[in-house]
Design a protein around this ligand. Structure first.
Ligand code: HEC
Length: 148
């Protein structure tokens, strides 16, 4: 019968290391880890953190200048240089009767999903990238409303 080395001491040593590990490292790391996971989960749930209102308004003004003014005009009167080429002209957003006839949700939907989504002209394109930026859409709605 071959002689096995006495491993009792090693086992005891290992047990101490593991127990020590659980007692110190794990106990302190675990709550930290769960807080971290909770933060990650929260970030995933909320997606991108929302821009503060001033930043959202600044971005909305940039979007208006870059993407909207060409047809709607800088002041939203429907007199942008591109409007001449359009078979269906963009309306004058200063028209109070129209303003009273639509809610903010309609305006937001036209902006994000395009004219087609509400039965308007297809030259009013969708802006799918704004789907994930509701605060910028809200600020654009304010611009259309003339409140900005
Ligand atoms: C290529 C030209 C063009 C561009 C660029 C454009 N629009 Fe339009 N938009 C139109 C036209 C044309 C209509 C009118 C559609 C109709 O009455 O059938 C319209 C309609 C709208 C309406 C709905 C008005 C209503 O009668 O209910 C809103 C709101 C609007 N646009 C906002 C925007 C915003 C904000 C942008 C920029 C992100 C933008 N548009 C970019 C052409 C454009």
């Amino acid at each position: 019968m071959p002689e096995f080395p006495d491993i009792t001491a090693h086992v005891e040593c290992l047990r101490r290391i593991t127990v020590g590990h659980t007692n110190t490292a794990h106990r302190t790391a675990a709550p930290r880890m769960s807080r971290l996971l909770a933060m990650v989960a929260l970030l995933c749930a909320c997606g991108r953190p929302a821009l503060p209102p001033e930043a959202a308004r600044a971005e909305a003004r940039r979007v208006w200048t870059d993407r909207c003014a060409v047809c709607h005009g800088v002041g939203g009167r429907g007199d942008g240089p591109g409007a001449k080429l359009l078979p269906v002209k963009p309306r004058d957003f200063v028209d109070e009767a129209w303003q009273a006839s639509v809610d903010d949700a309609h305006i937001a939907k036209v902006i994000v999903d395009g004219g087609r989504s509400v039965g308007l002209d297809t030259n009013m394109a969708a802006n799918p990238d704004l789907q994930s930026k509701p605060e910028v859409v809200d600020a654009l709605v304010e611009l259309v409303r003339g409140r900005e």
